[in-house]
Write a protein that binds this ligand. Sequence first.
Ligand code: DSN
Length: 421
Amino acid sequence: MHQPPIPHVAGTDPEVAELIQAEARRQHDKARLIPSENYVSAAVLEATGSVLTNKYSEGYAGRRYYEGQQLIDPLERLTVQRAERLFGVDHANVQPYSGSPANLAVFLAFLQPGETVMGMALPMGGHLTHGWGVSITGKWFHSVQYGVRADTGTVDMDEVRDLALRERPKVIFCGGTAIPRTIDFPAFAEIARETGAVLVADIAHIAGLIAGGAHPSPVGFAEVITTTTHKTLRGPRGAMIMSTEERASAIDKAVFPGLQGGPHNHTTAGIAVALHEAAQPSFRTYARQIVANAKALAEALTARGYSLVSGGTDNHLILIDLTPQGIGGKPAARGLDRAGIETNYNTVPFDQRKPFDPSGLRIGTPAITTRGLTEEHMPQLASWMDEAIAAAAKEDEDVLDRIAGEVRDLMAGFPMPGWSQ
Ligand code: DSN
């Protein structure tokens, strides 16, 4: 049953209630390995589902365009303080609706249309909103993109420096969506200083690892830090922009009134609860366990002959190149999903296949670590993945269904926040 229970949805709209219940069970029964997903706590769910959704509050605390902010102002101030304290930053804006609007606000704050931005190319592990061509950030701005080296699968900082010196971008993004290795924030900061660019660290994937001390922090290196709140940070779907005092006013103006209207106050409350949870000692244990699990899973996959981009992982994420297995990422991901193991297909650097039918699988350990799986479970997970990928290649549905039952049995032993039998 969904937790907190949803009797009112069931009474008013059984069709929607049934979909919610079924999705809760699906999340319960599967080994969820999509690296950008997680399970929020029941406390975060309750805050997100609260009456705060009823209130408009355009503006910032103490400077709103609507009356009735007696309780919204302290809530937003509390959330901002918690973000500032947790990450050790001068300033936090907790209003962006999600990661893409947060990154777009950065463009609005520091660039005019047509000016130059530099980011990591999407097929190399970057994000759409760091200047990729199909995104507004690549269409309306002049974008130059860096990648990884073919031999190491890691960012070549000399190439980044050369490109930055040649193109003189006003903004440099570091971070992305498929980066299995530690981001060298000091090296990016040095290049930004040399070229006079604003360095923006998009830490959406690794925010929880940074908060928990399991990845170096960009604070002191990047003047601006964007993040979603729902990945390793384990909050509701939302985003934050953190910055130095010097950049604070430009960021705030870009978010509101530049880009958005009223903040989603119910989300703000959920973010506040998640930040409180992330400040507890148990969250440090969680962050370290995410990395330990990812390393153990990477080792187990390597032992089974899988080729991992960059040879392994330093964080929560593993990018598998399935070329040696002779199967595309898409049929493999579909087979794995049928086998109860949820992943997403992804391009790998220098992919010879098309983006909608690429060679890679992207996996990660934030969600299964929340469920309580540890290193000892990773060899079994790798074995199931190996068997399921081989079965997917042969379209052997019986094997996939058998594995799904075994995965379900394992996951039944690990409680899911937001669900109870
Ligand atoms: N949704 C993000 C991820 O999966 O990494 C990208 O926007």
